[in-house]
Write a protein that binds this ligand. Structure first.
Ligand SMILES: [Zn+2]
Length: 340
């Protein structure tokens, strides 16, 4: 914006100003407003405009604490540019502590960019998108694994998009999964609208996991350093990094129904042929062993230890020899990326 102000429908935040606001995106059955909390921090000096969003899936909580901490606890005295902080996007889902919007169980993260005369989800999405997402230069959208599973911290980004690739590397995670944002996702719609955006996945739903939150805050600082928004911070190198082309093929799925024992944790290195999990019946007979088809790191694992045939057990990402050596050095030095 020419005068350095950040504007949204009904308001503006001038350079050097900060604002906490609640922005109406819809109405309840009682006719009360549904209001999304937003913090806008506009630095005194010009710079990039970056959004940080969380809880677009209402039960994915780790990112809320990341966004709140950046917005409320960090000093922004030297901020160049503007931060648009959206700690809870899916307010109805958050109140119900569920992933989807309670209205027809719609996925808000498949409703972007939305439209003013569409479905209820689409209208909410349009309000958020046009006011707080599209005006930004970059964005970070925080997620956790779906309920019943957990992830190590990793980034998802369309690495064919040069600007999104730069953003993904700047976050400094060990693992980047290269994929375009699904149709209707906040990430996909933002990238399409010219706002390069990545998603950060970490941990499980319904929890605050301090190690992940701290690690993600390091990632945010690194991103702000990369774009000169917080000029005193340093861009982070995670020690090792792997960019994975596609994720579908690396899900190890159950071949039998039953009760699962996982023999490794999220973030562990496993070697080809290692038994990763066993599936047993109630009599502990007919044990099925699931082995790793290649050397790699367990990015996601089951938390709720029951499966039907075909259910995902764990998400294994292949590592090359150089990455394995760096992983082992990091582990031996007790400074590996994955918090315990
Ligand atoms: Zn999510």
């Amino acid at each position: 914006m020419a005068d350095g102000a950040f504007t949204y429908q009904g308001g503006r935040v001038d350079p050097g100003e900060a604002q906490n606001l609640r922005y109406s995106i819809s109405e309840t059955y009682l006719g009360d407003p549904i209001r999304v909390p937003v913090t806008i921090l506009n630095g005194a000096e010009p710079g990039p405009t970056v959004f940080l969003s969380a809880a677009i899936h209402g039960d994915e909580l780790n990112g809320i604490e990341v966004v709140r901490t950046v917005a409320q606890d960090w000093s922004h005295a030297d901020l160049r540019g503007t931060l648009v902080c959206l700690p809870v996007i899916n307010v109805p889902g958050f109140i119900a502590q569920q992933r989807y919007l309670p209205v027809y169980d719609r996925d808000l993260n498949r409703s972007f960019p939305g439209s003013a005369d569409g479905t209820s989800a689409s209208r909410m999405a349009a309000q958020i998108f046009s006011n707080f997402i599209e005006p930004c230069d970059y964005g970070l959208d925080f997620h956790t694994s779906t309920r019943g599973r957990t992830n190590m911290l990793h980034v998802r980004a369309d690495m064919d998009d040069e600007a999104a690739g730069r953003l993904a590397r700047a976050f400094g995670s060990n693992v980047i999964i290269d994929s375009a944002g699904p149709s209707g996702s906040l990430r996909g719609a933002a990238c399409e609208a010219g706002t390069p955006t990545i998603t950060v996945e970490m941990g499980q739903a319904h929890r605050f996991e301090r190690g992940f939150i701290d690690r993600a805050l390091d990632g945010v600082a690194s991103v702000l350093a990369e774009y000169g928004a917080h000029p005193t911070d340093l861009v982070r190198w995670p020690g090792w990094r792997t960019v994975v082309d596609r994720d579908e093929k690396t899900w190890l799925r159950a071949d039998a129904g039953g009760i699962v024992e996982l023999l490794h944790d999220r973030g562990d290195l496993v070697r080809e042929g290692d038994v990763v999990a066993t599936i047993t019946n109630p009599f502990k007979t007919d044990t099925v062993r699931i082995t790793a088809p290649f050397d790699g790191v367990l990015v996601g694992v089951l938390e709720n230890p029951v499966v039907y045939p075909g259910n995902p057990l764990c998400h294994l990402v292949e590592l090359d020899d150089a990455s394995i050596r760096a992983y082992e050095r990091a582990r031996n030095g007790d400074c590996r990326d994955e918090p315990r």
